[in-house]
Design a protein around this ligand. Structure first.
Ligand SMILES: C[S@@+](CC[C@H](N)C(=O)[O-])C[C@H]1O[C@@H](n2cnc3c(N)ncnc32)[C@H](O)[C@@H]1O
Length: 342
């Protein structure tokens, strides 16, 4: 039994729920939620992320961290199975052993099931890694979030003649949309220029999380990798919203099917996230496509370094993955927001 029954009970007891609550239950219900069961990272999964494709992604990230003068403290949020952490730590232990010995790699993971998988994958680095339950009060180092902001619960806002309403989830077959008042805390972020009938997907929780990371950071930077568009592209090309569901590498726009079996996500409106970061006192240091970022971080050098140590089959696999990372992750951006003066 998936999260569906639980969501029905919830609606039965309190009436229609915000879509963000529906997503929260579908993805993170402690027993049956999509992420809690570890399903996204089993077998071929439902989607690829950079780190799950090949270690060359994490090795290049490690090279970037080293090039910036690696801090003693790294905090990764939402590592999924733990590939990025494992590849960064592997790279540092073989290429930068002195740095490796000094490193503390903190992990903040919401899903207990995934945390267990991370513990297994990272057992070789157990002396370096520590799991934490909330953001530290103050932090000097790097906060990494690869495809995490898109994994927060999000709401769907519908532009009416007189203003915005919010799409709620009611019982149907199995569920149906219902209209409700827009949540107050979202109003400042909604695009005033959207025409009547426009659906705008927004995660207030993801924005708040970014602000919380900024407050936690005393000095260092936040490195975010995610998919999204500038607001102008969302307004011109996504009148029905950016909600996307992934199941076995196919895409749909129906969040009410395969509940607990499929991923439910949205594309970030970069304008809003960038504004939020700046308002939280961060300075934008990099905003680049994933391809530009990986090239300037030295993915080619990482591949050449491999050539002395690996078999030709492994080298071919890495080259193929690098090509994929550079050419197919088209809507991905890498952003570095820093703070150096508190
Ligand atoms: C799409 S997966 C990405 C996994 C991994 N970073 C990767 O790129 O392969 C999203 C991850 O973020 C985690 N997550 C979502 N919201 C979170 C939160 N508020 N705090 C910590 N982890 C969170 C999920 O449990 C999952 O591990």
């Amino acid at each position: 039994m998936g999260p569906e029954r639980h969501i029905k009970e919830l609606i039965g007891s309190r009436g229609p729920i915000p879509f963000s609550r529906f997503v929260e239950e579908a993805l993170y219900h402690p027993e049956t939620g999509y992420y809690s069961t570890g399903k996204p990272f089993r077998g071929r999964g439902d989607f690829y992320t950079g780190p799950s494709l090949h270690p060359v992604f994490g090795w290049t990230m490690a090279r970037f961290l080293v090039s910036r003068g690696i801090p003693g403290l790294i905090l990764e949020v939402g590592p999924g199975k733990g590939f990025l952490a494992s590849d960064i730590l592997d790279y540092l232990s073989s290429r930068e052993p002195d740095t490796y010995r000094e490193i503390r790699y903190l992990i903040l993971e919401k899903s207990p099931g995934l945390r267990t998988q991370q513990e297994k994958l990272l057992s070789l680095h157990s002396e370096r890694v520590e799991w934490i339950d909330s953001l530290p009060q103050s932090f000097n180092g790097v906060i990494l979030a690869n495809e995490v902001l898109d994994a927060f619960g999000f709401d769907r806002f519908l532009r009416q003649k007189t203003g915005w309403s919010m799409m709620m989830v009611d019982i149907g077959d199995p569920f149906a949309w219902a209209d409700g008042p827009a949540r107050e805390d979202a109003l400042p972020f909604l695009p005033s220029e959207a025409p009547e009938g426009f659906i705008y997907d927004l995660s207030v929780e993801a924005l708040s999380f970014l602000s919380a990371c900024a407050s936690s950071l005393d000095s260092g930077y936040i490195l975010v990798v995610d998919y999204g568009y500038p607001r102008s592209v969302i307004l011109s090309s996504y009148p029905r919203g950016t909600l996307t569901c992934y199941y076995k590498h196919t895409v749909s726009d129906d969040p009410f099917e395969r509940i607990g079996e499929q991923d439910i996500t949205y594309f970030l409106d970069w304008d809003i996230f960038r504004e939020t970061a700046l308002r939280s006192g961060l300075r934008e240091e990099i905003f680049a496509s994933q391809a530009e970022f990986l090239m300037s971080a030295g993915i080619h050098q990482v591949l050449s370094e491999m050539e002395t140590a690996q078999s030709s089959l492994e080298i071919m696999k890495a080259r193929l993955a690098a090509k994929n990372l550079l050419l197919t992750f088209k809507n991905y951006r890498v952003v570095v927001w820093g703070r150096h003066d508190r």
